[in-house]
Design a protein. Structure first.
Length: 193
């Protein structure tokens, strides 16, 4: 089944209000892997472009950080790697806990989640132009929505009933990943200092 633009807009609304329903609908599309990889490339490139557009609306002091921000290609590749890593973690940890989800569906759900977050980032850019304090509020709302949607997606992917247990698993996995990344980065930080 090929979703129409109208289907995708309705799906975006459901993703925010009823993530489990949206996840079920996404997985029912039965998209082939090539389409999923194209979706990954598209969301990664759009995320990188959004980063550069949003930097243009920061204060002049923030623009001093531009030389330290990776280039557009590096940003897109990094975004793609993060999406795939999130899909691998959602798939493997869920399977380890008795879930039934596939990697292909985990990848699709993480790509869609990034597309929704991209929409929130675009709202933040618009808010920066109209009412800057609203952009900060949207940032916090976006973080809350991320946890809400991710929890619903992982629960539906694996057929888990308890959203609380899924949320706890996501938080624990996030802390472990951050600790591992910190440990892996120590040699680079030490070498740079």
């Amino acid at each position: 089944m090929n979703p129409t633009a109208k289907d995708l807009l309705a799906l975006a609304r459901h993703t925010v209000s009823e993530p489990r329903v949206a996840a079920r609908a996404l997985m029912s599309f039965r998209l082939d892997m090539q389409t999923r990889w194209i979706g990954l490339a598209l969301t990664s490139v759009l995320s990188a472009l959004t980063l550069y557009v949003s930097l243009q609306f920061f204060s002049p002091a923030a623009l001093l950080l531009l030389p330290y921000v990776p280039g557009p290609f590096e940003s897109a590749v990094s975004e793609a790697i993060l999406i795939v890593l999130a899909a691998v973690l959602a798939h493997r940890i869920g399977r380890w806990q008795g879930g039934q989800g596939s990697f292909a569906d985990a990848l699709l759900l993480m790509i869609w989640l990034q597309a929704i977050l991209l929409g929130i980032q675009l709202l933040q850019i618009a808010a920066l132009l109209v009412l800057p304090p609203l952009a900060s509020i949207l940032g916090f709302v976006g973080m809350g929505l991320l946890l809400w949607m991710l929890t619903g997606f992982v629960a539906e992917l694996h057929g888990f009933r308890s959203l609380g247990k899924v949320l706890a698993g996501i938080v624990v996995a996030g802390v472990v990943v951050l600790m591992l990344v910190s440990v892996l980065l120590i040699p680079f930080v030490s070498a740079g200092g």
